[in-house]
Design a protein around this ligand. Structure first.
Ligand code: SF4
Length: 567
């Protein structure tokens, strides 16, 4: 064991509240793994929720495992030690089941690195009877798990709250015969057993057919939680190291009915299900009684929660400060901003996504410039010192004019945010967070090509150059080459698994792996796909109808640019 890692974990545990420690005797041991650092994993409400639900099962002990920090990985490799769980410092191989919670495709390489460090064979066909069953869940699992599927025994497709108990029951029943267990698991709704499917490629390199083997269903149907009030989603373990460690996170519902054409969450969590006010009232009361001072409301679109006024009052009546991650500019109200200001909110976040109204219509986020500017007025009127905005470059139908409009819009926003007000402190900072558009499965843009790292970099420079002379404006952005990696992993098929294996063998150096991989990344990313093509994720049913997506894709393309000259 790495004593240094153990010491570090002891320090983290000492700062936690809500850690679950259970006796292992006679129980199924489940390692819940977040393939990124402790701080990132502990900020994820889905990860925390599954930790709580698994530990609520009397015959299960669930412990957390994270990707060690780079210096600790180096030490593990040098000393031939293995990753350990946080709660009892046990190696991954001591667990019956190892479940990865994956919300970001870029973490796939980390999944393989953790398996390799733990000396669990990467591919199921090489695993021995005493090796743990390797599972994966999280939103990546019901978007397109194919690139990582060849490394998984089991993939949980959909919302896992109810399913975890069924998985455990099936495991207890059939753990002594792996093949029989996998056959049984493949029968559960929302469970995908990759080894029970064979992918046949067409001569042009696209997916020709996916054959289900044995009794596995031809189509894997996403598991959906029917009664969201039956399962409370609130963070279980508090730590000052999590991004929102200073507040209790509370999910107000699942899904979003707005249908923005780029948004994966807006599609795959359908239908929209809101928790009732009564259910949330109970949770808020418990949060307040636990001594918490601040509550953060979480959901795909919190400001669309139908009883938001009542909920704000409940939060305030319990003396709690309020926080909301991101709000639609067209559903901001004076009451909501006032409540956030009273709750000590120092940065309000809105997501215009595009610089022009034309492009916003094309992506179906039809917020007007005037609504964005009105949001600025509310921020100023209530004395919130900072505004953060999300924009995306590289979206379908985008022109040079759309990109150039981003800094122009920032300038107009700044004028409204900096209106002199003798009663208020001067405005602080306007942040433009610029991300690169990655066409995601199950969205109307799934057929759109990824713009390519070079084109995205050029657009980024236009935005940065455009705001250079504006004081109080800051631009944050990711590297477009990382977006290109994400596009490959979000849109690829099972052949991309070889690239992942290569990247893991190069200690996570995916740039080198891309150079040495025999496959063609452009085939998965920048290639235009026709709506007739069989997509790598077409053997799943996540509740989104293809005909509807095609209709939306055609409508988006009909929203023509006013000027010619694509950027
Ligand atoms: S971008 Fe926001 S508003 Fe649009 S569908 Fe996604 S969650 Fe809903």
């Amino acid at each position: 064991m790495s004593w240094r890692l153990k010491k570090k974990y002891q320090g983290l545990l000492a700062e936690e509240r809500g850690t679950v420690r259970k006796d292992w005797g006679g129980k199924i041991a489940f390692a819940l793994v977040y393939p990124n650092t402790y701080a990132v994993g502990m900020s994820n409400l889905g990860f925390q929720t599954i930790y709580r639900h698994l530990n609520a099962l009397p015959d299960v002990v669930c412990e957390r495992v994270f990707l060690p920090d780079p210096e600790d990985i180096g030490e593990l490799e040098r000393t031939e030690a293995v990753p350990i769980s946080l709660e009892s410092f046990r190696p991954l191989t001591d667990f019956h089941m190892v479940g990865f919670s994956v919300t970001y495709e870029g973490d796939y390489v980390n999944v393989l690195r953790l398996l390799a460090l733990a000396r669990i064979p990467l591919r199921p066909e090489d695993r021995r009877p005493h090796d743990p069953l390797v599972l994966m869940g999280g939103v990546c699992a019901f978007s397109n798990p194919e690139p990582v599927a060849p490394f998984m025994d089991v993939i949980v497709v959909g919302e896992g709250e109810e399913l975890v108990a069924e998985l455990i029951a099936a495991y207890r029943e059939g753990y002594d015969d792996r093949a029989r267990l996998l056959d049984a698991l493949a029968q559960l709704e929302g469970v995908y057993v990759p080894s029970r499917y064979e992918v046949v490629y067409a001569p042009d390199g696209t997916v020709g057919e996916v054959l289900s083997l044995g009794a596995a269903p031809a189509i894997v149907t996403k598991r959906r939680l029917r009664n969201v009030n039956a399962f409370e989603t609130v963070d279980a373990v508090k730590t000052p190291h999590a991004e929102y460690g200073h507040m209790a996170l509370l999910e107000v519902g699942k899904g979003c009915g707005r249908g923005c054409r780029f948004c994966l969450e807006g599609q795959v969590y359908r239908p929209v299900r809101h928790r009732s006010v009564d259910a949330l009232r109970e949770t808020v009361a418990r949060v307040a009684a636990s001594g918490e001072k601040r509550v953060g409301l979480v959901g795909a679109c919190v400001s669309d929660y139908p009883w938001i006024g009542e909920l704000l009052k409940i939060v305030e009546d319990h003396g709690l400060e309020l926080s909301i991650s991101s709000i639609r500019a067209d559903s901001l109200t004076d009451d909501l901003v006032a409540a956030l200001a009273r709750g000590g909110h120092r940065t309000l976040t809105v997501a215009p996504e595009a610089g022009t109204e034309r492009l916003r219509r094309a992506i179906r986020k039809a917020i007007t410039d005037e609504q964005i500017l009105a949001a600025c007025d509310l921020v100023r009127a209530h004395g919130i010192p900072n505004l953060k905005t999300y924009f995306m470059i590289g979206q379908p139908t985008e022109t040079l004019e759309d990109v150039e409009a981003i800094p122009r819009l920032a300038e107009r926003m700044l004028e409204r945010l900096c209106v002199p007000d003798p009663k208020a402190k001067p405005f602080g900072r306007l942040t433009l967070s610029i991300s690169s558009f990655v066409p995601k499965p199950w969205t109307p843009f799934q057929w759109a090509p990824f713009a390519g790292a070079g084109a995205l970099q050029a657009k980024l420079e236009i935005v940065k150059h455009g705001v250079r002379r504006l004081h109080n404006v800051r631009v944050l952005h990711e590297n477009p080459r990382e977006a290109a990696l994400q596009a490959l992993l979000a849109r690829g098929d099972r052949r991309v698994a070889d690239f992942l294996e290569l990247a893991a063998s190069f200690a996570g150096d995916w740039r080198r792996a891309l150079r040495e991989w025999k496959g063609d990344p452009d085939f998965c990313t920048t290639r235009v796909r026709s709506t007739d093509e069989r997509l790598p994720w077409d053997h799943f049913d996540v509740g989104v109808k293809k005909a509807g997506l095609i209709r939306e894709w055609e409508r988006a393309q009909a929203e023509l640019p006013v000027t010619s000259g694509a950027a």
